[in-house]
Design a protein around this ligand. Structure first.
Ligand code: HEM
Ligand SMILES: *[C@@H]1O[C@H](CO)[C@@H](O)[C@H](O)[C@H]1NC(C)=O
Length: 482
């Protein structure tokens, strides 16, 4: 009896305490669903169901460009918020410990460093290898071109049947990244058995729920980990781990590669740091580029977008010798693809710095978790992106509104911590599309269902639900034209 009373009082105390702190929070002025004042459980529920991005987007549509999504977490979708959170002071606010989820070999890499100084130190070593001047060096570009040619051969081989693009686009991205990181030790096979196994470990990873449990409820995870692993396996990538450990220990990589720089005297990194940085860039560069191309080629193959595919083919065939970065419609197609299907559509969480900040008229105390998600930044302002859910590359060709569109383009994030691989990714995407659409028409295979390409959230990236994308390739001219 006594103990029941005691439990009753404790519960009451906790409830009153939660209510009081909730009612006193300065975040109460920010619109949002009522329960977000008290609990993050609804948000987590959507996160566990791989549907966080859509959920937050729905809240933006209902409540506006600033939404409180949890007791100490606010989502924004305006250009001013993007600038404040990700660009103020150069690299924006510090990352939250959410990024611990991405440590590799137990090490912090450039991507997982939390504060400005640690990040700047690592970035000084790495950045020039990803600068556009380095990407457009012949040795670098020729490597990508060769891999695009391999891809096109697979397309020819599939004529009459269909090709699972999902696998081959990730293989292409895998080969391009290993070339950039390790040449001449990178691969160029478009899937020999070993490469395929490594790529599959990185790409077909089913550990989302397990990793979220480990992050949010570490004690529960430790105690019940054994049982949980019955239905959700932990992330394990033994082949990728040893592939990168072996390859990154080699010396003599070409001067344009990341490995060459990491081994250089200016880097002062130990062998495990070097391997961790390389593995991180592999993980960052395979699924993003592969998924973005997959969503985009699927879209271009739909009846509603067939006139865009025709227009792209015309541009490419009228300019057969033009460089990939000198084709305006190809650029518009890639921009619109990344706007509609940003491979990282999800919140990029940051902490409000000491002293608190005001964003879009709302005061946020220090430590509040704030973020923007590309999916919503690309959609909520209809004056900049009218008909936001429609795939319309032409919008990027209109001079009017150009600055506003670029300001809201967030697929690679922005500021000092934006994607370092952006120029490489764009070169890979454009060269592949150029190779494919100057030779083929692509059509969806009859076995595919629209739901197969629905967005399925991972930790910060999204991938097509079914992880497959079968297209049919119809040559534009006899195959001897290759
Ligand atoms: C279409 C393809 C790609 C997209 C959409 C993309 C997107 C992004 C985004 C949104 C971020 C910021 C993440 C955050 O703040 O949490 C990022 C960071 C990063 N990306 Fe990419 N990325 C792509 C391709 C690549 C490639 C090809 C590489 C390298 C091979 C790469 C390497 C990185 C690295 C190292 C960072 C961390 C940068 C830092 O913290 O300074 N990405 N990327
Ligand atoms: C994901 O969330 C959106 C918006 O809340 C909803 O319309 C959709 O049905 C959800 N999808 C799944 C698979 O739960």
């Amino acid at each position: 009896m006594m103990s029941l009373l005691l439990i009753g009082f404790s519960l009451l105390f906790i409830a009153v305490h939660t209510l009081r702190t909730s009612l006193a929070s300065p975040l109460n002025k920010i619109p949002g669903p009522w329960y977000a004042k008290f609990t993050s459980l609804v948000l987590k529920w959507h996160e566990f169901r791989a549907n966080r991005t859509r959920y937050i987007h729905r809240l933006h549509l209902e409540y506006g460009q600033a939404v409180r999504i949890a007791p100490d977490e606010v989502a924004f979708a305006s250009a001013t918020a993007v600038k404040e959170i990700y660009c103020s002071g150069g690299s924006g606010y510090d990352k939250t410990n959410f990024y611990d989820l991405f440590k590799v070999y137990g090490k912090r890499t450039m991507f997982t460093t939390l504060n400005k100084d640690d990040h700047a130190k690592r970035k000084r070593v790495i950045a020039d290898r990803y600068a556009n001047t380095n990407i457009v060096r012949p040795q670098s570009l020729n490597g990508i071109a060769e891999r695009a040619t391999n891809f096109v051969m697979r397309c020819y081989e599939s004529v009459g049947g269909s090709l699972d693009l999902y696998v081959y686009l990730h293989a292409y991205a895998f080969d391009c990244v290993t070339h950039h990181l390790f040449h001449p030790y990178g691969t160029n096979s478009l899937l020999d058995a070993h490469d395929e196994a490594v790529m599959r470990e990185v790409t077909f990873d089913d550990s989302l729920q397990n990793r979220l449990v480990a992050y949010y409820w570490p004690t529960i995870h430790k105690v019940f980990g054994q049982i949980l692993s019955l239905f959700a396996k932990p992330r394990e990538t033994p082949l990728a781990d040893s592939f990168v450990l072996d390859t990154s220990a080699k010396t003599g990589a070409a001067p344009f590669t990341l490995l060459d720089r990491l081994h250089g005297s200016s880097s002062q990194l130990d062998q495990l740091d070097i391997a961790a940085e390389c593995l991180d860039h592999m993980v960052a560069g395979i699924d993003t580029t592969g998924d973005a191309l997959c969503f985009l080629m699927w879209e271009l193959s739909q009846p509603a977008s067939m006139h865009y595919q025709r227009k792209l083919q015309q541009e490419l065939r009228a300019n057969p010798t033009a460089s990939f970065d000198k084709l305006p419609f190809l650029d518009a197609v890639v921009m619109e693809g990344l706007r509609c299907f940003p491979a990282i559509p999800m919140s990029l969480p940051r902490h409000v710095p000491s002293g608190g900040r005001t964003i879009d008229t709302f005061y946020l105390p220090e430590g509040t978790e704030v973020s923007c998600q590309a999916y919503s930044v690309h959609r909520v302002d209809r004056s900049v992106f009218p008909d936001p859910d429609a795939f319309k590359p032409d919008r990027w060709l209109e001079p009017k509104g150009d600055a506003e569109r670029k300001r809201l383009f967030f697929a690679f994030a922005t500021g000092g911590r934006g994607c370092v691989g952006k120029h490489l990714a764009l070169a890979e995407m454009k060269m592949l599309l150029q190779s494919v659409y100057s030779r083929f028409t692509t059509l969806p295979d009859a076995t595919m269902k629209p739901i197969d390409l629905e967005m399925s959230d991972q930790l910060i990236s999204s991938r097509p639900q079914a992880q497959k994308c079968r297209l049919r390739f119809v040559p534009l001219e006899p195959a001897n034209g290759k």
